[in-house]
Design a protein around this ligand. Structure first.
Ligand code: ADP
Ligand code: MG
Length: 367
């Protein structure tokens, strides 16, 4: 056993921000829209042509144009983060951007173009299979929630029940009644994700509209127990497909719709306020202002390594939304996190299991 535990002082680590620009869609091509975005992958830069004035140039940790596939983004940016989760750190990947820019394509993907989420599942299980030994025990558990109008719904519970977030700002928040499914393979995790998506769509005729207005958060917990050191490391990975960042249309809407629009905007504007407060080192960070920012508290300015993926489209008619997204993403670059390895946390499931095994052993020995 190590004589002295590794120091637990956290090193600051900035949120990594990457931009991904999708190709012009068939419709946009047919309708003859100009492309106004030029990506310089080797410089991590995105240039936006401004028909009325000077071009705008932004730089990020990485920038990908429409020729980059999700595998490249995974290998270059996400793989190291998931490797840290396997080593007991918290990690978060969230996709931000206006509806139709490729958030779901990037995070979830399709069977043909596998997204970051299923790739992370396969990565986790490849690691577990490679490190299999009698001295190591792993436990992987998944949860899946949706946030819509300040309601948190459990997508893995049969009735899709509403959940309550508990806890204090200083100690972080948690969701006591959230379903947690222990999985034994990447394929099983994909099945859990799909079951959650079916729950998300159940009874909705407007699934596209709904998914553009709600946030989906897939949470993975990976516990690793080493017999030699008697230590348990717990890494938590949040995989987030945010609601569309476009300004909600308010014209001609009913009072209900207006209220709804305001509340949909609330979570993303709270997220923006949290990002600004952190970027400016403000003493007060308004995490409490929305459920989304409470859930993402650790991921932003806390104990986590975090990647923000800003998705944009290249067409001229999206100019304003594209600039807004690029500015928002640029601000997030200044956020400093303090990731520490989670060693022997109180809520480790493996510890409970081990305690139960010890108890049963003792019972057997007594006989
Ligand atoms: P969002 O979730 O942001 O609303 P989607 O992921 O649903 O957007 O993407 C909208 C459309 O654009 C989909 O048809 C998707 O397949 C396509 N798309 C998005 N990103 C890419 C990309 N990088 N390459 C090819 N097609 C893409
Ligand atoms: Mg989507």
């Amino acid at each position: 056993m190590e004589k002295s535990a590794r120091p637990r002082t956290a090193l600051n680590e900035c949120v990594k921000v990457i931009v991904r620009c999708r190709p012009l869609s068939d419709r946009e091509q047919k309708e003859g829209y100009d492309e106004v975005v030029k990506v310089w992958p080797e410089r991590g830069a995105v240039q936006v042509y401004n028909p009325k004035g000077q071009d705008k140039l932004f730089t990020y940790d990485a920038a990908y144009d429409c020729t980059a596939d999700t595998q490249t983004i995974y290998d270059e940016m996400v793989r190291p983060l998931v490797a840290s989760v396997l080593d007991g750190f918290n990690g978060c990947v969230f996709a931000y951007g206006q509806t139709g820019t490729g958030k779901t394509h990037t995070m979830e993907g399709t069977t043909e173009h596998e997204g970051i989420i299923p790739r992370a599942f396969r990565h986790i299980w490849a690691h577990i299979e490679n490190s299999a030994s009698p001295d190591v025990t792993h436990l992987v558990a998944c949860s899946y929630v949706e946030l819509y109008l300040e309601d948190v719904r459990d997508l893995l519970a049969k009735d899709g029940k509403k959940l309550t977030i508990r806890g204090q700002e200083l100690n972080g928040f948690y969701i006591p009644e959230m379903t947690s499914v222990v999985c034994k393979s990447a394929a099983e995790m994909v099945r859990v994700m799909r079951a959650g998506n079916r729950n998300r769509a159940a009874g909705r005729t407007d699934m596209n509209e709904h998914s553009s207005r709600s946030h989906a958060v897939f949470l993975v917990t990976v516990e690793t127990a080493h017999r030699a050191t008697n230590r348990i490391r717990v890494g938590k990975l949040n995989l987030v497909d945010l609601a569309g960042s476009e300004r909600q249309r308010k014209t001609g809407a009913s009072a209900d719709r207006l209220r709804e629009a305001a509340r949909i905007n609330q979570a993303l504007s709270s997220l923006g306020n949290v990002i600004s407060a952190l970027a400016e080192n403000s003493p007060h960070v308004p995490y409490r202002d929305s459920k989304l920012t409470r859930i993402l508290q650790d991921s932003l300015g806390g104990n986590s390594k975090t990647i923000m993926i800003a998705n944009i489209g290249p067409a001229s008619y999206n100019y304003d939304e594209t600039i807004t997204t690029l500015r928002y993403a640029h601000r997030a670059k200044a956020i400093k996190n303090k990731p520490v390895r989670n060693e022997d946390p109180k809520d480790a499931k493996l510890r409970e299991y081990q305690a139960e095994i010890e108890r049963l052993r003792a019972l057997i020995d007594k006989r």
